[in-house]
Write a new protein. Structure first.
Lengths: 502, 78
């Protein structure tokens, strides 16, 4: 088995009735045939069927829950070692794991109590809701969604057929990019765009631009978006001072997206799947992109983090995803490589980076490879073609999976857990933080957070002083959160940074 | 449809995140703060909700995870 499609037949039947499920099954057959022609052996497994699950363990109950689904995926992945895992449907068909938000800030702060996440399905660790358990992803996973709350499977059928039709394109087809940023974040976005598409790539700012983009504006196949987003909202928003104009609107995308487009959106709730009935009948931007021809969308389920200048958190994981797509990775491998690179670049992940790792996920068939790789000369010889006619890329893909598994397992072992704990900073650390807070004009009520970094080795702690400061002048003066983040090792100050909120 | 009653004020919301903004909240008799959004309104800055600042109102709408979606409002007695 190369590709495993996780289907929950009972949930799909409850949602679409038997006739709708039959249509989904027919579309899945088309995908399986198309995959076979691409050298990918695809198996559709109904995890709600006891007979289908017999070799692996218990079936997932008729009303699916994340714990049972995680156990089923773990059992199948361990036994069959698929190169790709495709989760079929939205959260009312295959629920996400509700991770506890490590950056929870209560009312007025980051008020996401949980972070719905597909990350645990990409990890070998058993079910849990602590993101520290899932720091070492090893599996290539993506979710091909349907519309939450829908009674007809039309979008899912469309996406399955589009996956069956998709073919890799030359690198040049992905040369052009559409980049969109809230004006206030242009420094950060410019850096992300330069890193991913090169210095000459254009950047659109909102305001003044958006949301009525021309077809030629959106025609490039690579989209990078760094705007505001809100829960259950079909719009992204720009920002200038205290104004938040609409930058991108779901129902203005129709007929403008080029087939095979790949999107990374840093926006809060940028890839949240919600029932359109909760938003005057309009589905979210991520689903609208896919419905109009995009093949992959990498985004967040909840409130995201990033600096206004420089790069961090959401900026980085989104860049890494697009960079790997451009390098020829399949969508699912690009998502896994982005997660691994993001986690692996640090000695430890602070609570904001932990949330970032948990909240970003892939919408799309993980086996699709947007950018074809340039084959070496030997592969064009008759002998090579004969030797690999039946298995095509399978053997080399297996080697790549082996490397990714090794990397993920290493991360799982090496990255220490970071947990909130009531801790006092050591005296020299406290003195420095207080001095920096005064020099940074931190005003009003200042809150404190402390975290203990687990694992062997020196005793390390993270201390955060968070409060309000003003920036801008005159009427443009707006309060923003400023945080002094200090890392303490064995009672001494090891590292300190100042974080400005957006 | 559900309802909440209390005083409307402007607060800094989602502090320290990419979505930090000054938004409208209703504080009810129990001291709970409900983040407000209006059907069809901009979730980050909605002049119609801002015009309600300082008033004690009964809001009718739908409680959703994270915010209260306001459909209409009326004056509430003290």
């Amino acid at each position: 088995m190369d590709k495993l499609v996780i289907k929950h037949g009972a949930a799909l039947r409850a949602k679409y009735a038997a006739a709708g499920l039959a249509k989904v099954d027919a579309a899945l057959k088309t995908l399986v045939s198309a995959d076979k022609k691409r050298g990918i052996e695809t198996v559709v497994l109904d995890v709600s069927l006891a007979s289908a699950m017999k070799p692996y363990g218990a079936a997932v109950p008729a009303k699916p829950d994340a714990r049972a689904l995680k156990a089923a995926i773990d059992a199948i992945a361990t036994a069959a070692k698929p190169h790709y895992i495709l989760l079929l449907g939205a959260l009312d068909v295959l629920p996400m794991v509700p991770l506890v938000n490590p950056a929870y800030g209560g009312p007025g702060g980051d008020d996401d109590k949980t972070v719905p996440s597909d990350l645990p399905y990409a990890c070998e660790a058993p079910y849990g809701t602590d993101v520290n358990r899932f720091l070492g992803p090893t599996r290539v996973v993506g979710r091909l969604p349907d519309v939450p709350g829908a009674s007809k499977p039309d979008l899912l059928l469309q996406l399955l057929r589009a996956s069956a039709r998709a073919k890799p394109l030359p690198r040049e087809a992905y040369q052009q990019s559409f980049a969109l940023s809230a004006e206030v974040w242009q420094g950060s976005t410019r850096l992300s765009v330069n890193n991913t598409f090169g210095d000459a790539a254009p950047l659109n700012l909102a305001p003044p631009k958006g949301p009525r983009w021309a077809k030629q504006d959106l025609a490039p196949r690579m989209h990078f978006i760094n705007c505001h987003g809100a829960a259950h909202s079909p719009e992204y928003f720009g920002q200038r001072g205290d104004a938040y104009p609409v930058a991108h609107r779901a129902n203005l995308l129709t007929g403008k997206i080029t087939a095979g487009t790949v999107v990374a959106a840093e926006c809060c709730y940028g890839a949240q799947l919600y029932d359109p009935a909760e938003s005057a009948g309009t589905q979210g931007i991520a689903l609208s992109y896919l419905a109009d021809g995009a093949s992959g969308f990498f985004g967040s389920t909840t409130i995201a983090y990033g600096p206004s200048e420089g790069n961090g958190s959401a900026d980085l994981i989104c860049q890494y995803f697009l960079q790997r797509v451009l390098a020829g990775s399949s969508l699912g491998r690009a998502a896994l490589e982005a997660r691994q690179k993001f986690a692996g670049e640090r000695t430890h992940l602070d609570p904001f980076d932990l949330k970032t790792l948990g909240q970003f996920y892939l919408l799309g068939d993980p086996a699709l490879q947007p950018v074809g790789y340039a084959a070496h000369a030997l592969s064009k010889t008759k002998a090579f073609k004969q030797a690999f006619a039946k298995v095509q890329d399978r053997g080399v893909r297996g080697l790549r999976r082996e490397r990714l598994e090794r990397e993920g397992r290493h991360l799982a072992r090496a990255l220490p857990p970071v947990r909130s704990k009531a801790l006092e900073p050591a005296a020299p650390v406290e003195r420095t933080m207080q001095m920096m807070a005064r020099e940074s004009d931190l005003q009003g009520e200042v809150s404190r957070l402390s975290f203990e970094i687990g694992g062997k080795g020196p005793i390390r702690r993270i201390h955060v002083l968070k409060g309000l400061a003003q920036h801008g002048t005159g009427e443009q003066r707006v309060p923003h959160v400023l945080a002094i983040v200090a890392t303490e090792e064995n009672g001494q100050l090891l590292h300190v940074r100042r974080v400005h909120s957006r | 449809m559900s309802e909440i009653v209390g005083k409307i004020s402007k607060r800094l919301l989602a502090q320290g995140t990419k979505s930090e903004h000054r938004g409208m909240v209703l504080e009810d008799a129990q001291g709970l703060q409900h983040v407000l959004r209006r059907v069809g309104g901009n979730p980050f800055r909605d002049p119609e909700l801002e015009a309600l600042e300082g008033r004690r109102l009964r809001l009718l709408g739908r409680a959703t995870e994270g915010f209260f979606l306001v459909e209409r409002w009326e004056e509430a007695e003290d």
